[in-house]
Design a protein around this ligand. Sequence first.
Ligand code: SF4
Length: 556
Amino acid sequence: MTSLANKIQDVFNEPGCDKNQGKSEKERKKGCTKQLAPGAAAGGCAFDGAKIALQPITDVAHLVHGPIACEGNSWDNRGAKSSSSRLYRTGFTTDMNENDVIFGGEKRLYKSIKEILDKYDPPAVFVYQTCVPAMTGDDIGAVCKAASAKFGKPIIPVISPGFVGPKNLGNKLAGEAILDHVIGTVEPQYTTPYDINIIGEYNLAGELWQVKPLLDELGIRILSCISGDAKYHEVASSHRAKAAMMVCSKAMINVARKMEERYGIPFFEGSFYGIGDMSDSLREIARLLIERGAPAELMERTEAVIAREEARAWARIAPFKERLTGKRVLLITGGVKSWSVVAALQEAGLEIAGTSVKKSTKEDKEKIKELMGQDAHMIDDMTPREMYKMLKEARADIMLSGGRSQFIALKAKMPWLDINQERHHAYAGYEGMVELVEEIDKALYNPVWAQVRLPAPWEETSWEERATKALEAEAAALVADPERAEEARRAKKVCSCHNVNVGAIEDALRADGLGSVEAIGGATHAGTGCGGCQGKIAEILDAMSSAGAIPASKAA
Ligand code: SF4
């Protein structure tokens, strides 16, 4: 566990992550870990994050060492597609039981590895540690080493037990596992000046395949995609790429940065979402390759492809623009960068009623402001009730979100489109942008909405009318009773990690005259968990200082 603790500290110190670097040393040690509520971690733990990041390596066996539920929770819960091997979709688990807890599960793990190699003969086996063997002390690293020596195949330990933190930390620990045991262990058969790595792209719904044909046309070879539609040997030989693109925010920033440090592979952070971002990414790939020795004419060819593809995409979007212009979208997105999607939707003529920024970095927020103006409606955390209200009051015509929020839209009888990792449609590149617009159009103009909005013939008042009346009555009661309204305002949760509300922060500001977000954190713990609410705390601080409510001598 000590080496795991060191590894986690190393990940938290990641120089490439501005969010971590923006924190004090003490805060950085805690990382972005949001305390997990016991029993509520299923599917969102560090183990799950590690599995998401590596499972798209399609020809290896992914063996989960733990009770069967861990594999059950994480099996195939993302639509990462493969162009050949299907082995990655087979769930392997040691299915630990009470005996293994008492006597240790190492033997069972060793036997499971052997059985997989005998039956499936994969090029490698990835062994995932989960909470139970981490607590009972199974030495997974030693078992993998012994099995590797005995069977002559790489057996890769992925040390990321669920309890160490959330999914995002698991993504990075998965990156550490391949950096330590896979990348650089195999030489590619040949190299070209056009070899690139794409890091943090998981080929969800086949998105990589919307981009790859354009790279193929330009003669650019994806030496390895880490890890969408990847083969073990591609990842193992990825250290010979000339340049890399890091997709999907900061999920695997440690892999990109350490490959630059160790193998001199420069990288840039880009996105395949939206026409403008897709073009910028192609240009940046060409620029980096030219810098590393590819012929300069690559840029000319790239510009020609961009011009052709942009024109084609716009021509295909044009018929929809008239139908979509002015329609308002409520965008609640997690994994996909908000600003990237905002730009893409604006390109199609849609207006953004609000966008979530819970997982966005400071730079992402600045970029959103640039795109949507200073008054951009950015939502740190929106309760289901607020989302419902927004849709119901027609401040938004459609909600784009992950599957968990879909029922709010359905209850409000408003169109909804899945844009998170479970989505079935691919939205990358020029092709994907056209598909996104088509899907939004289909959802908005589906005749079912007119039907479901009609009251049921047997109901005098529908449940929505009753719910709306209840909401109106609640709002009227608050207006009539300023004391209760003030209580409700003060009770609004700011920091979910430490359960701190507006009132507690305001009281601390008044009493102690705190002058910074950090000082408020010291006094109330607000903002010291995942850090996602620090923007809200800063707003309260600003509002109170402008109102002169903080003792002047103490405020910074
Ligand atoms: S690794 Fe731990 S937190 Fe994650 S699913 Fe298994 S038991 Fe639950």
